[in-house]
Design a protein around this ligand. Structure first.
Ligand SMILES: NC(=O)c1ccc[n+]([C@@H]2O[C@H](COP(=O)([O-])OP(=O)(O)OC[C@H]3O[C@@H](n4cnc5c(N)ncnc54)[C@H](O)[C@@H]3O)[C@@H](O)[C@H]2O)c1
Length: 354
């Protein structure tokens, strides 16, 4: 029997929405349409993708065909709409960061639990082939004791990018380089290295003086397992270089640059390692040089994974509780930069950070 197709409605018809739309179609899903409070934006994308458009979430929720609401609104508008969609009995696939406050993520999870729907966060970098290989090697214990996990994001965004929409100019709506662009890579640090127990961060604005956000961050991180790491992030560094994710343990080292596996070396070399070293070799741009300079394949993979979780059960690759920890780490980085010293986790109070 043919498997049931899952139907998606996209809330927020801005920059990232077409990546979701292409991902849904490539994942063999049904795209019902787009909703945006600026209805002309939704209508424009609906014409392009030959689907419906609505002027609000409430209007979109009236379509009984929709199984999943993809949330692609600005960061500070994730929680209320995710909660409303979950309460209406829709599965929720929400862009990163899940919200701007830990209590809001808790409320999102509570709403999903209440109606028994799935809630996942679009942490699409977890699906990149070198990261999947690193995670598998970690599960197999190939690295041995983990010593160090670093993420280096030396990116470039123009001032025009920040001036383009009001929410991109405010720290409390999640526009800063740490929580907006950096979220993916801070997430990979904990996805690979395990829970983070302390951060010590400094932030600044080097190249975007017209906008009151952080465009540069340096953070020293300690993991629960004794490993240490650094997050070096910026959107001020023209022309922008590929991301680097580096992990080293007592028995091996792996490094991803962009989407390529640049280093894959273990004391117990295995026959499959040569093929792993070729992963991502044909990959394209990954967002280093501009806000839309990347492909939709990792969104497709997140949508395929979410579809599997709905149809077959089990957790998606980026369930809300693990994204909550990434948010906690990001918020602790802001708090540390503001207060000028290390912050221990768990973060008990995230008020007044922005
Ligand atoms: N996973 C990734 O690789 C990736 C990349 C870029 C952006 N993002 C995330 O996607 C989200 C959207 O980013 P963007 O750059 O597309 O933003 P955007 O500003 O281009 O688009 C957001 C849209 O949401 C609409 N909107 C705002 N509030 C609304 C509401 N209450 N109801 C309906 N529509 C509403 C706006 O009118 C706008 O059209 C953010 O959370 C961002 O962090 C993820």
């Amino acid at each position: 029997m043919a498997e049931r197709k899952i139907c998606f409605g996209i809330l927020g018809a801005g920059l990232i929405a077409p990546f979701h739309a292409k991902g849904i179609l490539a994942a063999n899903g049904i795209l019902a349409g787009f909703a945006d409070r600026l209805e002309d934006r939704a209508a424009k994308l609906a014409a392009e993708f030959n689907c419906k458009s609505w002027g609000s979430l409430e209007a979109m929720l009236e379509d009984p065909q929709i199984d999943v609401v993809n949330i692609t609104t600005p960061n500070h508008v994730h929680a209320p709409v995710a909660i409303a969609a979950a309460k209406a009995g829709k599965h929720v696939l929400c862009e990163k960061p899940p919200a701007m406050k830990l209590a809001d993520v808790d409320a999102m999870m509570a709403a999903a639990n209440e109606t028994g729907v799935k809630l996942a966060i679009v942490l699409n970098c977890r699906t990149k082939a070198p990261i999947v290989a690193m995670r598998k090697a970690l599960d197999e214990g190939r690295f041995g004791k983990i010593y160090q996990v670093d993420a280096i994001m030396k990116w470039w965004r123009t001032t025009e990018y920040y001036l383009g929409d009001a929410w991109r100019q405010r720290k409390d709506s999640g526009a800063g380089a740490t929580i907006q662009q950096g979220f993916h890579y801070i997430d990979l640090m904990q996805y690979l290295g395990g829970r983070i127990v302390s951060v010590d961060s400094r932030m600044g604005n080097l190249a975007h003086q017209q906008v009151a956000i952080d465009d540069t961050v340096r953070s020293f991180v300690e993991f629960e397992n004794g490993a240490v790491g650094s997050f070096i992030g910026s959107t001020a560094l023209w022309p922008g270089q590929d991301i680097r994710i580096e992990i080293s343990g007592e028995n091996g080292t792996a490094v991803m640059i962009g989407e390529r596996m640049a280093v894959w070396k273990f004391r117990d070399e295995r026959p499959e390692d040569e093929a792993i070293r070729q992963l991502g070799i044909d990959s394209g741009p990954t967002g280093a040089t501009g806000q839309a300079d990347f492909g939709f394949v990792s969104h497709q993979m997140i949508i395929e994974d979410f579809t599997r979780a709905i149809l077959a059960g089990g957790d998606p690759v980026a369930p809300a509780p693990s994204a909550r920890h990434t948010l906690e780490v990001c918020l602790a980085m802001y708090k540390s930069a503001k207060e000028g010293g290390p912050i221990k986790l768990p973060l008990m109070d995230d008020s007044g950070i922005f």
